[in-house]
Design a protein around this ligand. Structure first.
Ligand code: PFF
Length: 504
């Protein structure tokens, strides 16, 4: 395996993992989903999913990355049959699993995500510039859909490429590549800014939000549980997929990040620290968003439950409208989009770094070539999302990556550890290198809960799209932007895993 640069300190690793976890998912996706599923009830489901499913999986990824010292395909490819109680079965214990492809698949899913994640950064880059003059004017909704996106009336009606977004996308990619230029060494420095700065800015928005008239109405909506929502399976589905997305688990990234840890590091403490920081950010982010929504409802003369229509609107329609009404509006605009960008960049580069590490491990690609190669391919694919139909494709790909790709990875990872390597073996290993220990509940989660939940959710998602095409898009689009992509990734993952590794 190629030698990767290691983290220079534990702090660098923890910050980088937190940076990957905290992103648009926390201040944009989380509040929106929370809003959709009745505020407090969603919070409740989220915490349960986090503790019972998210944290065990994060600990699993950290443990295998740290133990096997390589990117996701490399580490999963090295897993041997090691089941407790099979020690006498010599032959079986010598056999290596054939699981490298799971790692490649995970990375391809994260690659699929970063192609559009960077486009959202491209929008935010444009909005950062628009903020100086509040260019969205008095009607941010029309500005976003008609001017910025030039959204067409159908998914196959591509309209025009929006060049300002392409420019924003290019800027974002250059920023991403520079941040991981020398691997962990550069990342370890960059994250001091890209984790701390957005947190400070988030606090500014929490304080600003809570001091606005009507804020308490929003906060009430956020925190009041409407428990009848808990009976809706869609809420549990949303909570679990949000936990995966937010913690960046199931993407192979945390495996790579843990593999850059120097010997003598801790695994479990770090997993808990990262998970709680991520959840705390989402929770605190909720106050910034919901207090502002309370204010927004007051401006519109309506109630909080009626103010938002769709996901992307929160950052690019709702917030600009709110900003319009604030004193020092341009300043708050700049700070808001700076916060979004600094939140997003370390998530985006973690997705590149995870894949680059794999290409370096297996094919001994020079690091810079791997980084630039991934960036260029993702940039070119990203141009699709800058067209008039871009938002539709983004929505479709996002749905398939998060509902099929991700659950498949979580299912396979947990099954392999539970029934090939042995959950208890990994638990003992993780405990042996960590200050904090996990009990048998962890193994129980990995052998039963994670696979069962992932399986049920896969079936659930499958049923949903069979009953009705996702988002009402034509079936052909769903096949192209959804099924073909997922199946194509599976095929590519197999092919990559069969290729001979280049000797150093
Ligand atoms: N965790 C990031 C967020 O919440 O925005 C998104 C993300 C990062 C997803 C890295 C996947 C990933 F591999």
């Amino acid at each position: 395996m190629a030698q990767h640069t290691l983290w220079e300190s534990r702090r660098a690793f923890v910050l980088a993992s937190i940076g990957s976890a905290i992103g648009l998912g926390n201040v944009w996706r989380f509040p929106y989903i929370c809003y959709k599923f009745g505020g407090g009830a969603f919070l409740f489901a989220y915490v349960i999913a986090l503790v019972l499913i998210g944290i065990p999986l994060l600990a699993l990824e950290f443990a295998i990355g740290y133990k096997l010292k390589g990117s996701a395909p490399y580490s999963l490819g090295k897993l041997r049959y090691n089941l407790v109680g099979y020690e006498e079965n010599e032959e079986r214990m010598q056999r290596k699993g054939k699981f490298e492809w799971i790692g490649w698949f995970a990375l391809l899913v994260s690659f699929g995500i970063v192609t559009y994640y960077a486009v959202i950064m491209g929008w935010a880059t444009n909005y950062l510039v628009y903020s100086f003059k509040l260019s969205w004017g008095s009607d941010p909704r029309s500005f976003f859909y008609q001017h910025v996106l030039e959204l067409s009336d159908g998914i196959f009606n591509f309209g025009r490429i929006q060049w300002p977004i392409v420019l924003g996308l290019a800027v974002s990619w250059i920023w991403i590549v520079l941040s991981i230029w020398k691997g962990a060494k550069t990342v370890g420095k960059v994250v001091y800014v890209t984790v701390v700065l957005p947190w400070l800015l988030l606090l500014v928005f929490v304080i600003r939000g809570l001091t606005l008239p009507g804020a308490m109405e929003g906060v009430k909506y956020y925190l009041t549980p409407r428990f009848e929502f808990l009976l809706n399976p869609a809420l549990w589905h949303a909570a679990i997929s949000q936990v995966f997305f937010s913690l960046s688990v199931g993407f192979g990234i945390m495996i790579a990040y843990a593999s850059f840890l120097p010997p003598g590091s801790d695994v479990l403490n770090n997993a808990f620290l990262v998970a709680f920081s991520d959840a705390a950010t989402a929770y605190v982010g909720g106050f910034a968003v919901f207090s502002a929504l309370g204010y927004y409802a007051r401006i519109l003369g309506t109630t909080v439950d009626k103010v938002m229509k769709s996901g992307p609107e929160l950052a690019f329609v709702t917030y600009p409208t709110i900003i319009n009404h604030l004193p020092l509006a341009p300043l708050f605009g700049v700070l808001f989009f700076l916060m979004l960008l600094t939140l997003a960049v370390d998530s985006a580069f973690s997705m590149v770094e995870g894949s680059a590490a794999a290409l370096i491990d297996k094919f001994h690609f020079p690091r810079k070539k791997a980084n630039i190669g991934i960036a260029v391919v993702a940039f070119v694919i990203g141009i699709l999302y800058t067209t008039g139909a871009g938002l539709y494709w983004l929505d479709l790909v996002d749905h398939f990556m998060n509902n099929f790709g991700l659950f498949v990875v979580a299912l396979l990872e947990s099954l392999v550890i539970a029934y090939v390597y042995g959950a208890e073996n990994l638990r003992n290993y993780a405990n042996s290198v960590s200050e904090l220990k996990v009990g048998r509940w962890w193994s129980l989660s990995i052998t039963a809960l994670v696979p069962a939940a992932s399986f049920v959710l896969l079936i659930y998602s499958f049923r949903q799209v069979l009953l009705k095409p996702y988002g009402g898009y034509p079936r052909v689009a769903e096949i192209l932007g959804g099924w073909l992509l997922v199946i194509g990734f599976l095929v590519i993952a197999f092919v990559l895993s069969r290729r001979k590794s280049k000797e150093a």
